[in-house]
Design a protein around this ligand. Structure first.
Ligand SMILES: Cc1cc2nc3c(=O)[nH]c(=O)nc-3n(C[C@H](O)[C@H](O)[C@H](O)COP(=O)(O)OP(=O)(O)OC[C@H]3O[C@@H](n4cnc5c(N)ncnc54)[C@H](O)[C@@H]3O)c2cc1C
Length: 403
């Protein structure tokens, strides 16, 4: 990737660090009281982090997904819920940026995201359908040049706090469940009637309650590209990269606690018996960081080539990134817990790993790994096992075959 396309200059790093410090200070309270991390999101707005992906011509900074992923890691390290809220917001901004085209309604929205630092939430989960993003039951209905949408949106993170809601739905009342579109709904376009609360093991600050969504708007609010394309090219890869970065951030925070525990114990008479677990935690975190960095490079190279984005190999890689990153992040946090022993298992004290473990356990549930593995299983055997280790050889081999 061209380094000049990256915004991760000291400026973005400094802004992300400022927000992360505020998020870290509030993280225990956010978790304990299941409350939206209002101070951290206000700081993200003040630092203008919500609109960084928006093109410069619409008032944004035209940042890359790599920039976003770096911010997700920093925020996830400070407060998992803040990091995940930021990641979910950016996956929907990325969808609008790539798929709005010249559409005036969505271009106006993008300008508002940059100017007003609007926060976007997403609604894919419907009824008891779990994480099957590729099917909708609700439909966009058209009447008298208006559209309406009613959805049993059983999980919408920070639905009550968001400024804009982006929802999947069937294209029309007579469309099959897989013929989906994405609809953007601004404040005033929709009402949320509470269905179910959010009292969970971890990620408590995402406030992912369930609602009956009732919306009305204009036909232009439906994104021009079909959801199949939006999902394949943008939502799935960007979500999996950004979420993985948040989970890596959680793992990094746990590993840092384990490091401090081992260092303190070592200062009192040599490394503690659990020091080997810290070594394992640290090595696992390194693998996780490399895994995400490598997938990120692949995405940045592929992003301007829709054929490559839709290729089986790319789709499999990005789907499995989510599964592998979640399993590896959980393993890193578990090793950090082992390194700290009882001091990590306690809910109090400077070395507690409790919040990190509870938060990171959401990773295998958030679009269930079983569902992804069984979906990938239907096609993954069609992808050749690589003949070379490095991307360069893979790339050279592909060119040779094409020639
Ligand atoms: C922190 C967090 C935030 C979230 N935020 C949002 C949000 O903002 N908006 C939104 O729409 N949704 C959100 N979700 C919901 C998410 O998108 C999924 O809908 C949800 O995590 C799926 O939960 P599930 O495992 O119960 O469902 P399912 O995927 O239906 O899985 C249910 C059970 O069936 C098993 N299973 C499912 N499919 C298969 C299969 N093919 N083969 C074998 N076993 C299978 C699973 O192992 C699991 O035990 C969020 C979830 C979390 C954890």
């Amino acid at each position: 990737m061209n380094i000049q396309n990256r915004l991760v200059t000291t400026d973005l790093t400094r802004r992300a660090e400022l927000v992360a410090a505020i998020a870290a200070a509030a993280a225990d309270g956010v978790d304990r009281e299941t409350k939206f991390p209002a101070a951290a999101i206000a700081a993200a707005r003040a630092q203008r982090l919500l609109g960084i992906l928006v093109p410069t011509e619409l008032g944004g900074e035209e940042a890359s997904v790599s920039d976003v992923v770096d911010v997700c890691y920093a925020l996830g390290r400070a407060c998992a819920s803040t990091g995940m809220i930021y990641a979910m917001h950016q996956m929907m901004v990325a969808a609008l940026v790539r798929h709005a085209g010249a559409d005036p309604w969505h271009r106006r929205l993008l300008r508002r995201i940059a100017d007003e630092q609007l926060l976007l939430a997403s609604s894919t989960t419907e009824g008891q359908g779990g994480g099957d993003l590729r099917k909708s039951s609700c439909a966009v209905e058209r009447r008298d040049a208006r559209i309406t949408l009613e959805k049993s949106a059983t999980v919408i993170s920070y639905g009550a706090q968001a400024d804009v809601l982006v929802s999947t739905a069937r294209r029309s009342a007579d469309a099959p469940p897989t013929d989906q579109v994405l609809v953007a709904l601004a404040a005033g376009d929709y009402r949320l009637e509470p269905l179910v609360g959010w009292d969970t093991l971890g990620m408590r600050g995402t406030c992912s309650a369930g609602f009956m969504l009732k919306a009305e708007g204009e036909p232009g609010q439906v994104l021009p590209d079909a959801y199949h394309k939006v999902h394949t090219e943008t939502v799935m890869p960007v979500a999996h990269l950004a979420w993985s970065a948040v989970w890596a951030g959680i793992a990094a925070a746990a590993v840092e606690r384990a490091r401090l525990f081992v260092r303190k114990a070592a200062g009192k008479g040599g490394p503690p018996p659990g020091a080997q677990h810290f070594t394992r935690a640290s090595a696992t975190l390194t693998s996780l960081r490399w895994m995400i960095a490598s997938a990120l490079r692949r995405y940045e190279t592929a992003k301007s080539d829709p054929q490559e984005l839709e290729s089986l190999d790319f789709q499999t890689t990005m789907n499995l990134l989510k599964v592998n990153a979640s399993e590896t992040a959980i393993a890193a946090v578990m090793s950090a817990l082992q390194a700290c022993g009882l001091a990590g298992y306690r809910n109090d004290g400077e070395f507690t790993i409790g919040r990190h473990l509870r938060d990171v356990l959401s990773s295998s549930i958030m679009i269930n790994n079983d569902r992804i593995l069984s979906n990938v299983a239907t096609t993954s055997f069609l992808v050749d096992v690589p003949a070379f280790l490095t991307d360069q050889h893979r790339h050279d081999a592909k060119i040779a075959i094409e020639a």
